[in-house]
Each structure stands twice: as C-alpha cells, then as structure tokens.
Write a protein that binds this ligand. Sequence first.
Ligand code: DLL
Length: 434
Amino acid sequence: MILDVTSETLSGENLQSLQLHRLQETIKRVYHTVKHYKDAMDELGIKPAHVKKLSDVSLLPFTKKEHLRHNYPFGMFAVPTDQIVRVHASSGTTGKPTVVGYTKADIKTWAHLMARTFAAAGVRAGDRVHNAYGYGLFTGGLGFHYGAEELGAMVTPVSGGQTQKQIMLIKDFEPDTLCCTPSYALNLLEASENMGFDIKKSSLKRGLFGAEPWSEEMRYQIESSLGIDAIDVYGLSEIIGPGVASECIEAKDGLHVFEDHFLVECVDVDTGEVLPAGEQGELVFTSLTKQAFPIIRYRTRDISVLNDAPCKCGRTHKRMKRITGRSDDMLIIRGVNVYPSQVESILVKTENLSPFYQLEIYRKGSMDSLEVNVEGSPVLISQGDDAMQRVAQNIQHNIKDFIGVSCSINIKKPGQIARSAGKAVRVIDHRKED
Ligand code: DLL
C-alpha cells in the first residue's frame, strides 16, 4: 500500500476549506454529544452555527487540563464507550491521570499520521525500526509501533529499559531507525561505550526523538556522537499522542503540524489572545477528525512560535519551532524566567561535560537559589578539583551572561545523575515541598 501524503501539499485555499468543513462538523458533534462542550459554549452564548470561517475558532472556549480531570475518566468521550477500542492516560504527577479514548477509526487515523511522521523523517517501507518508547498507558510506544507497521517497516517493540539488551538488539537486528526520548538516546550511547561497542558504526541512520524538551545543541550532540540524523517529533496524549507535528528530513527546521487533522493557534499565555505567526506563545490545538475524544482549543502549556513560510520540502503545513519548554516548567528564580532547555544549551556546548544534568531549586528565607548538577567527563574528573572548578566557573559565567541568573554548579562523577528510560527528570523544585 502506498502512503497517501497528498494532503501535505494542499494549497492554502484548499487546506483551509478542508479545515473549515472538518471544524464545523467537529463543533456540531461535540455540542450535541459532550456535556462539557455544550455547557461551556452555552455559557458564552456560542452555537455551532456561529462558526462560519476558520478564524471563528477563537469564539470557542478553551479546554484546559482541569476540565479533563473533572470529567475523569470517560466524561469527555463523544461516543458510547462500547465504540472505544483503546484508552491511554497521561502520567500527571499529582492526582488522577487524564484519560483519552480512541475508536477503531481513530486508531487508523493515528497510525496514518505516525506513518507520515516516519516518512517525513526519511523512513521507508522495508526499513527497520527499533522502538524504545515505553509501551503502556503512555502513547509513545504504541503510537510509533502502529505508525511503523502502517508504513510497512519492520518494528522491534523493545519499549524502555534493559539498556544493555537494547544494545545487543541494535547490533544483531541492524535497525536503521531509533525511536526514543532524546535523553534515552544518550543513555544508549553511554551503555554502548561501556560495552565497548561503537554505536556510531552501527546500522542506525536516524532517530525520531520527542516526548520531552531538547535543545538544538542536544540535537548536535546526538547527531555527532551517534552518527545519525536526529528528527524532532511532537505530540501529546490529549491531542492524539505523537503524530501532531514532525520535522522533515529535508529542512530539519521546525515541525510541520499535521494541519489536515489539527488546527493550531499560538496564544498569549496570560491573556489567551491569539498571536500572529512569528510571536512566541502557548500552542493551542483543536482536533478536526477525531471521533472518540475530539478536543476543542486545548491549552497545551507548550511554548513555541508558529512559522507559515514555505518549507524547502514542499509541504504546505505550518511549522512550529522546537518547544522551548512548558509554561508550567518555566522557573522563576529571583525574578528571572529560566527554561531548563536554556541551561541545557549552555551545558551541552561546554567541553568536558557529559550531557546528563539536573536542576535543583531551593528557597532559603525569601531567597531562591539554583543549583546545576552536571556530570563531568571521565577526563575532567581525572584532572582533579582545580580543572573541575575552572569548568564550573565557566558555566556559571555563561549562565549569568546568557540567561541572567546566578547559580552554583556541582560537577558530578559519571553515573551520579539518575538515568531514565523515558522522559528525563530535569528539575527538582524543592520550593514546592514547603
Ligand atoms: O509525550 C507524546 C509523544 C510520545 C510525543 C513520543 C513524541 C514522542 P504526553 O506524555 O502526553 O505525550 O506528553 C506531552 O510532552 O505537552 C510536551 O510538553 C512534551 N513533548 C512532547 N513532544 C515533545 C517535543 C507524549 N518534541 C508533553 N519537544 C507535551 C518538547 C515535547 N516537548
């Protein structure tokens, strides 16, 4: 079967009329089937018929994570539960997770979008995919799995963990495509070095990385140390899972949003006002084709910038810049806004460090303090305290210069920062423990 990607190059006018038709159908459907949406629209005096053009989407109420929590577990479903064939749930650090559901048709749509994600990254039928995203309630494992199969690739469903075994499977099965979080790619690199295996010389040609923020510098680090192309893949369970937006191998310059299935807006975090392309804000998505769990103007809390300039790959779908971080991950330290990914950019560029790091924030009295824990390379550690102190001072200086915040740096020995098989824990905010 040949993957149909014609919708990726629709002209602006054709794409917009497809989106408007799908938006109107979605609004009509949720208004009549999901109590939350009817109540929220009635409260604003909006009826489905008021949505006459695409920009009328801004008349509709936002949906927030708390609305999904209030309707736990199945209250946001737009079809009877006997039509649901799969549920996933997002991990949520506190309280109940958010539950999402899929009909058979939704699973097909998702597999199709993930097949397009693989194709955009340069994967073709017959290629071999090593899938180390976690299988389970998390959408990563099964999302990538179904997409690879839909494309006609051979998928090894390793899931996360058992890192040494994964290296053995990479050696023996000779995959060309690696799928995992960017931080886990670095774990694999470290494990292969410990096993005396040069992963750069392995069969791997590319990796599809996502599920956590990562910087351009981290991309460079992964590409140069694993000898692969590293492609950014974005999504969230509330919208469908992975398969919401993805980079193309031709440009690797922003992620194309699958606009035939999702309407994207970028809004001011504080006011909710819709921002023009080029301005940084929070991404908001409306699903256009989902049956079981349609979602209207979902506030993702993910910070990005939209770009509607043409891309050299020929796709007409808008691009979003790599995620800077989440609005709720933004640390405010003594009045300075700090995203962990900004610190990452500086650490990864510094010589003689390993890319494993963690930020800890403390409050003593009314004073916040930031501690950056980062592992030194074995070479640096062997050079002793003076050398480590020089590197620490250099990082401190760069963080103050580029981000504007003072911090202390703890250079750790290799292996002292916890490794994760999925999303890395980059921040421990001790202020929240008070
Ligand atoms: O992480 C879905 C996914 C799986 C995407 C595998 C890509 C690859 P959730 O667990 O619901 O779903 O977490 C969604 O993760 O709101 C972002 O904050 C973050 N995130 C996902 N992809 C990226 C990315 C999956 N490429 C949350 N860059 C989102 C930065 C990302 N952050």
